[in-house]
Design a protein around this ligand. Structure first.
Ligand code: KIV
Length: 279
């Protein structure tokens, strides 16, 4: 049985840190699940790291459902959360409920959406139909990217007060956890102490209940943006390029394929074939 939303809530109560990683495809999701990561997040960052968009705005529900289905086929132990993409929940509450339902039918256990106090009615409506919701405040790539770009959030007293207020309102609306993206370390810590639900930080310091990273950042596979907060555990893109160069050389030099990579016919059958075609 895989982890539940309640298991994740309990982790904060028991003082156990929560590991979250983004996942978009079957192969890497299987490895994340095998490694014991607590939560797999099908983030709309898929639009950038999987589909090559400049930002997350163009991502569609259809694309999110395909990524969610792939990850759900792989996961056995982790909780699976999927992002509601831009404009799948902002215009109307019934859109938000219907689109959350689509992600659940695609295999997610919960949905995540960006927004503070103005989005609480929508969150309440989704929670009321029985779908767990993860909130997301601080930097909200779907909208802050349109106006401000990547900026640390909560650096002044007023900005910090707004974030704390938003977090409380999200908790009140029924979220089971809250992502804090690029929130100053001190404010993230205060929010984590203030709300009872787990906080999941990305670029928000060690005071959060857990951490999330984009898997391509962790593995060193995406070079377009290198956020300061993303710890690189390996430089996979270098290894991949080296392996592909070697593969190309092996083809050109005739080293690949060799007899362990091909299949042969029985000698007798080959002779019969040669007789038949006269060679
Ligand atoms: O889309 C995403 O990957 C996210 C995480 C960075 C929190 O929302």
């Amino acid at each position: 049985m895989h982890k539940s939303v309640q298991d994740i809530i309990k982790m904060k109560k028991n003082g156990k840190k929560i590991s979250v990683i983004t996942s978009y495809d079957y192969t890497l999701a299987s490895l994340c699940d095998k490694a014991g990561i607590d939560v797999l997040l099908v983030g709309d960052s898929a639009g950038m790291v999987m589909l090559g968009y400049e930002n997350t705005i163009p991502v569609t529900m259809e694309q999110m459902c395909i990524f969610t289905e792939a990850v759900s086929r792989a996961r056995q132990n982790s909780l699976l959360v999927a992002d509601l993409p831009f404009m799948s929940y902002q215009a109307r509450i019934d859109d938000a409920i219907r689109n959350s339902g689509r992600l659940i039918k695609a295999g997610a256990d919960a949905v995540k959406l960006e927004g503070g106090s103005p989005i609480t009615k929508t969150i309440r409506a989704i929670v009321d139909v029985g779908i767990p919701v993860m909130g997301h405040i601080g930097l909200q790539p779907q909208t802050t990217m349109l106006s401000e770009g990547y900026k640390v959030q909560g650096k002044t007293k007023d900005a910090a007060m707004k974030l704390i207020h938003d977090a409380k309102n999200l908790e009140e609306a029924g979220v089971f956890s809250i992502v804090l993206e690029m929130v100053s370390r001190e404010v993230a810590e205060i929010i984590s102490e203030t709300v009872s639900v787990p906080t999941i930080g990305i670029g928000s310091g060690a005071g959060c209940s857990g951490q999330v990273l984009v898997i391509q950042d962790l593995l060193g596979m995406y070079d377009k943006i290198k956020p300061k907060f993303a710890k690189r555990y390996m430089n996979l893109s270098e290894d991949i390029v080296k392996s592909l160069e070697k593969y190309k050389n092996d083809i050109e030099s005739g080293t690949f394929p060799s007899n362990e990579n091909w299949f042969s016919m029985e000698k007798e059958e080959l002779e019969k074939l040669r007789d038949k075609i006269g060679s």
